[in-house]
Design a protein. Structure first.
Length: 413
């Protein structure tokens, strides 16, 4: 089917959508050390059920539909082959849609309609959450640019432009990278800039439709398999202009040895003396004025989008991913140091009090046979910042969990 206009907004939009935590949809799990209560999705439509990557919305705004990743080992990987499931929190049902097989972490949910969008090959598709709905074609990257080549990715993670007219893409195909957007009305691909080195993790600014955050990243040479590192992670690009680094000059530090990328086979350790190579897992503030990120070995930091000094907001050396609420009052994060598997955790930090609490004090290591699915907690605030969702394995299976922010606040006063 061809893409049509936006579906009607749901009739019921509770001002404070809630989760039916006492329903059979959820199982309670209490961390034995911190006492924090998580609510794990009880039903299963797939052996592996994961929360979305932390920058992408997964709920409809009325709180009825929650989308998640599904994997069926040994099929697929984090790059391709996972598919989508949805929970109808009003009807208390779980459904898996095999036709939603997507690449990378591309899925995103239109909060207004509950529709999920995802990438497949050169194309973007969408579907509504009702079981009888059908997939709808949205747009495609030009085949003449692809020139018979298969893309490694079309979009790391789709985001909507602030005017809701387009979805960003950061295409990797061969040894070329294309930053741009595809209009939701099926119009022509708009190229913002082509690169000969890896830039991905593109995200539209939440208030400016002509601005994207992009990341210089590791890549793999398509012929030799050699891992190619990055030197300066954080960049922004304005439509019609050339991409610019957020930190144009080195963040010089004493040389130190850092491990290779754990996602790549036999990636060698490096000596780093410019901290720009130790920044990552970035995201926009809700007002679009700051870029937040993890400064590896230091903590969670932010910087004004126009450039300026780094502000370290939470000093915590072992963090891997993080997310902030819309009001920038609290942070959630996971700590996954490869050299310290006994310190894998999910945490909450109260900026006002400077106190933290462990949502999960200890996460068991994922079996190596499942590492290809990129099973990280990726905690994020959701449902108007009243909940945190994350991926857990505390019950011997990989599944989605939720925790109430109110409880986390009360434990960090």
């Amino acid at each position: 089917m061809l893409a049509s206009g936006p579906s009607p907004i749901r009739d019921i939009h509770p001002p404070h959508p809630a989760l039916p935590l006492d329903s059979p949809l959820f199982e309670r799990w209490i961390d034995p050390v911190s006492g924090v209560t998580s609510h794990i999705l009880a039903g299963q439509v797939a052996p592996i059920q994961q929360s979305f990557y932390f920058v992408n919305t997964s709920f409809s705004s009325d709180g009825r539909y929650y989308w998640f990743y599904c994997a069926f080992p040994p099929a697929g990987s984090a790059n391709q082959g996972r598919s989508l499931g949805v929970v109808d929190l009003w009807q208390k049902t779980l459904t898996h849609f095999s036709e939603t097989a997507f690449t990378d972490a591309s899925p995103v949910v239109d909060e207004r309609t509950g529709e999920a969008y995802w990438c497949s090959g050169l194309e973007i598709w969408k579907r509504r959450p009702e079981p009888d709905a059908v997939p709808v074609f949205v747009n495609r990257f030009p085949p003449e640019i692809a020139s018979n080549r298969r893309p490694w990715r079309l979009a790391t993670h789709l985001t909507f432009s602030a005017d809701r007219q387009a979805l960003n893409i950061d295409v990797e195909i061969g040894s070329e990278w294309y930053i741009g957007h595809l209009p939701l009305d099926g119009g022509d691909f708009v190229l913002w800039q082509k690169f000969d080195q890896c830039f991905n993790h593109a995200q539209f600014n939440p208030v400016d439709p002509d601005l994207q955050l992009i990341a210089q990243d590791h890549s793999i040479h398509p012929v030799s398999g050699k891992s190619i590192g990055y030197q300066n992670r954080l960049w922004v690009i304005r439509r019609g202009h050339t991409a610019c680094p957020i930190f144009p000059t080195p963040l010089t530090s004493a040389p130190r040895r850092v491990g290779g990328n754990p996602h790549y086979f036999n990636d060698a350790a490096r000596i780093i003396s410019d901290e720009r190579a130790l920044l990552g897992h970035e995201w926009w503030s809700a007002d679009g004025q700051h870029v937040w990120y993890v400064h590896y070995g230091t903590g969670v930091a932010r910087v004004p989008v126009g450039g300026g000094e780094e502000e370290v907001v939470w000093r915590k050396s072992l963090l891997s991913h993080a997310h902030v609420d819309r009001g920038e009052n609290w942070l959630v994060a996971d700590a996954l140091p490869p050299e310290a598997p006994d310190k894998h955790q999910v945490l909450f930090y109260n900026l006002a009090t400077g106190k933290q609490v462990e949502i999960v004090t200890h996460l068991d290591q994922i079996p190596s046979s499942l590492s290809r699915y990129h099973i990280h907690p990726h905690p994020q605030f959701c449902l108007q910042d009243r909940f945190v969702c994350y991926t857990t394995n505390v019950r011997g299976r990989v599944d989605v969990a939720f925790v109430e922010v109110g409880e986390l606040i009360s434990r960090t006063l």
